[in-house]
Design a protein around this ligand. Structure first.
Ligand code: GLC
Length: 817
């Protein structure tokens, strides 16, 4: 059967220049193109006579407009910003984009088209009588763009398919995945990221479909060379990013959708969690065991067990009778407490449960189309759901956190916020999802339908949590973890990928999954180390924790009833490997924390695919089982049983082996030895890696900073170490310490220069260890121009080392050949 015909806008009848925008009126509908930035255009099309006004709950940061160049000829209107050009065809309304040099990309194969859509054409059918609400919700807008034959397509967030998304179809609609685990596939999960990054040799561009409605991307599935966007809501609205590199696209995307929040330093440490730490005694015992076994730990997560009958913002009167004491005991061990919060508020209106009572009185819950508060079932039984689209509801919700913050809780973990709801008590036979009705009205004056706001539910919950933390503790950095989200969620929360399985497949999947989150703007991401569903086992855990060392967010978490999954649960051998992996994480913290600052400044993901750093090496673009950790490190994880060595592609650069300190001979690939505990880690030539001493937690001071220089034979290298107090907001007002580091190439005689530290933050006193990795022991070293005899050759690491007290002054070490 042929698809129903689309209506098209027809020729442009009139057009006008507006400040930094073009407004063109077609026979039917209008196109508006805004110059958002010198490298970003925003395109909107409406079949009607006006565009939607901005939504009160819309959450993109404001950007200053930029200048738009505009000219017209008989055939087309031509638009220019500094790094991007567009051509709008007068007859058809189709758009083409081009680089300033004239290379075309993202060409519309046809102008936008629209038609009425039936619910069966979407994945939204909620039951036999489900319908799309009348009006905009039923108007689907379609857009077809050409994909170049050599374009790889990336992004689209956490879904567990391949890194390269081409030849696949995707839905953007947040759901609590019903089948356990992250089986390889394209399906939609907890987060909706309508973000595409297209990469071909020498040109990357990006597209963010700014629609929170149900939408789909067909990325060359129906037709290999066609990208088809579809959204409900009766309007097309997308941002086009000029690139020209993947890194530039991610920077542009996060300029529009917001940069990742800077986490407190502790959040980059190791987190331990389990659904089932069911009492104060159990939590204390976990903390104690970490300390007894000398395994670093920065946070313990409290799952729903701490609540009283799963009532959000309560503590269980017996099992957590004195929560402030529980949290204080953790703090005394240098461990922070993170508490889970679910949006479903138990509909308990008879026992004086203030959250339900005050929430109803304040009109804070989502109402169904009939105007009555909507209810569905979650952990606590029948529950009501806050309308996070309302600013006063977000504020009210944030205030409820006092129940946790007054006890000293440090971070908030937002769960079940797709939102996940079922149609009868959880665990009852025949249980099915019971979504909030698509026609429910949300927002200040009920201005929006749930079908429009659904994808934002998780983000707005995270925002309510973060803003509540910031209001109550203005001197501290909010730290929020979320399961659901929409592009932009990175401004308020780190994300974990939900309920994976203790399986090799899920370990493997975590690599493209987290890399794709980074490309969608979320830099602070992780999966449950060891797996959530099912029982983990020794070899899998050993492999998972060694990869987890490099997850931007490093947390071990599992389901209730599964076998113990703490680092010591698999015997002394695995415990030793896990301890070493977690210690390596702590060694890496100065580097990772600098990366967190870079993510906050320009969106740069901590963990990313090779294509991000090597965009010109097209053969590496689809690779998903080797990842970069910042620009300096490359990891090649083992994710299959029994594997002891693996193939490693070497991107075009000089590489060192982190463990041996040896420089590798130039070649395209190698077979790396990789027994458990020895995950292959490579350092890029020219890198200057900053490592800290191992600490039990980040509450202890950094007493040693090691600066490891890996000279490139041909090229110099540089890096800036960024430090601050690790907590608080002083970093926004100059409270930073930046140390610029540089190495000369080996050819020019390796030398490491440390510039004088700049900025108002003063690190605690510490020792500085400088290491230069060299092919062989040098004849000597000069420190600050004078020959030194205080250095030594560390044969095992192939490095010349010298130590001094860190006085913040400039230093230089030179090799005497
Ligand atoms: C959900 C979360 C999981 C949590 C559980 C109980 O399944 O994804 O992390 O442990 O709920 O709260």
């Amino acid at each position: 059967m042929d698809a129903p015909a689309l209506a098209h806008p027809g020729p442009i009848l009139t057009w006008e220049r507006q400040p930094a925008a073009l407004l063109a009126r077609h026979e039917r509908g209008l196109t508006r193109i805004d110059a958002v930035a010198p490298d970003i255009l925003r395109v909107r099309f409406s079949p009607g006579s006006a565009l939607q006004p901005p939504r009160a709950w819309g959450s993109l940061p404001d950007l200053p407009a930029t200048e738009l160049g505009l000219s017209g000829d008989d055939e087309a209107l031509h638009l220019f910003v500094e790094r991007l050009a567009a051509r709008l065809d007068r007859t058809s309304g189709a758009l083409t984009f081009a680089t300033p040099g004239g290379s075309e990309f993202a060409r519309d194969l046809a102008p936008p088209g629209w038609r009425e859509v039936a619910i069966e054409e979407t994945a939204l059918a909620q039951g036999p009588d489900a319908e799309l609400p009348p009006g905009a919700a039923r108007t689907g807008v379609f857009l077809r763009k050409r994909l170049a034959p050599d374009e790889g397509c990336f992004g689209l967030g956490q879904r567990p398919g391949r890194l390269d998304r081409r030849h696949r179809r995707f839905t953007n609609w947040t759901v609590d995945i019903s089948s356990p685990g992250h089986c390889r596939g394209e399906e939609n999960m907890y987060q909706a990221h309508p973000v595409l990054l297209a990469v071909r040799p020498r040109l990357a561009w990006g597209l963010f479909l700014h629609s929170t409605w149900y939408s789909t991307f067909d990325v060359g599935a129906g037709d290999s060379d066609v990208l088809t966007l579809f959204t409900l809501g009766g309007e097309l609205d997308y941002y086009l990013f000029a690139g020209p590199t993947p890194a530039a696209v991610v920077e542009q995307l996060t300029r529009v959708t917001g940069r990742p929040a800077l986490p407190p330093l502790w959040a980059l440490g190791y987190h331990q969690s389990r659904w089932g730490y069911a009492s104060d005694a159990e939590v204390r015992a976990v903390a104690r065991t970490f300390r007894e076994r000398d395994i670093p730990l920065d946070a313990i997560h409290l799952d729903i067990d701490y609540m009283d009958g799963f009532r959000v913002f309560t503590w269980h009167p017996q099992r957590f009778a004195a929560p402030a004491e529980t949290v204080a005991a953790l703090h005394a061990e240098g461990i922070r407490a993170v508490a889970i919060v679910d949006p479903g508020v138990k509909k308990d209106l008879t026992s004086g449960y203030p959250v339900a009572d005050a929430g109803l009185r304040g009109g804070h819950f989502v109402r169904g189309p009939d105007g009555e508060p909507f209810s569905g079932w979650v952990w606590p039984g029948e529950s009501l759901f806050p309308d996070f689209c309302r600013a006063d509801t977000r504020r009210w919700w944030g205030e409820q956190q006092a129940a946790l913050l007054d006890a000293g809780v440090d971070g908030i973990w937002c769960d079940m916020n797709e939102p996940a709801i079922v149609d009868r008590p959880i665990g009852t036979e025949g249980e099915r999802a019971r979504p909030i009705p698509l026609a429910a009205r949300q927002g200040e004056a009920g201005e929006a339908l749930h079908v429009e706001t659904h994808n934002l539910y998780g983000t707005l919950m995270a925002r309510a949590a973060a803003e509540g933390l910031a209001r109550r503790r203005p001197q501290r950095r909010p730290w929020v973890l979320t399961r659901a989200g929409y592009t932009g969620v990175q401004r308020w929360a780190a994300s974990w990928m939900g309920d994976n399985r203790s399986s090799w497949e899920d370990l493997e999947t975590s690599l493209p999954q987290l890399a794709s989150m980074g490309l969608a703007g979320s830099a602070h991401v992780g999966v449950d180390i060891g797996g959530f569903y099912g029982d983990c086992f020794a070899e899998l855990f050993a492999r998972w924790i060694e990869v987890g060392t490099f997850y931007p967010f490093m947390r071990n978490h599992t389901q209730c009833g599964s076998r113990p999954q703490e680092p010591w649960a698999f015997g002394p051998q695995v415990e030793a490997l896990a301890r070493a992996a977690i210690r390596l994480r702590y060694r890496l913290l100065p580097y990772l924390y600098t990366l967190a600052h870079l993510a906050h400044r320009r969106g740069e993901p901590l963990l990313r695919p090779l294509l991000y750093d090597f965009p010109d090496a097209a053969h590496l673009h689809p690779i998903e089982d080797q990842l970069m950790v910042g620009p300096q490190l490359m990891i090649a994880p083992v994710y299959r049983p029994g594997v002891r060595r693996r193939l490693v592609e070497l991107p075009p650069a000089t590489w060192y082996d982190l463990r041996t300190g040896a420089r590798l001979a130039k070649r395209d690939a190698l077979i790396a030895e990789a027994p458990p505990g020895a995950l292959p880690i490579f350092v890029r030539g020219g890198a200057i890696l900053t490592l800290g001493n191992v600490r039990r937690s980040t509450m202890e001071p950094l007493t040693e900073l090691t600066i490891e220089a890996y000279p490139d034979p041909q090229a110099p290298g540089e890096w800036t170490l960024i430090e601050d107090a690790g907590e608080g907001l002083d970093y926004q007002h100059g409270g930073l310490a930046e140390t610029h580091l540089a190495i000369a190439s080996l050819r020019d005689g390796a030398a490491l220069s440390i510039a004088a530290r700049s900025g108002a933050y003063q690190p605690p006193p510490r020792r500085l260890i400088l290491r230069l990795h060299l092919p062989e022991a040098p004849a000597g070293l000069r420190l600050d121009g004078r020959t030194s005899d205080a250095w030594r050759w560390r044969a095992a690491e192939r490095a010349a080392e010298i130590a001094l007290a860190d006085d913040g002054a400039a230093h230089r070490i030179e090799v005497i050949p």
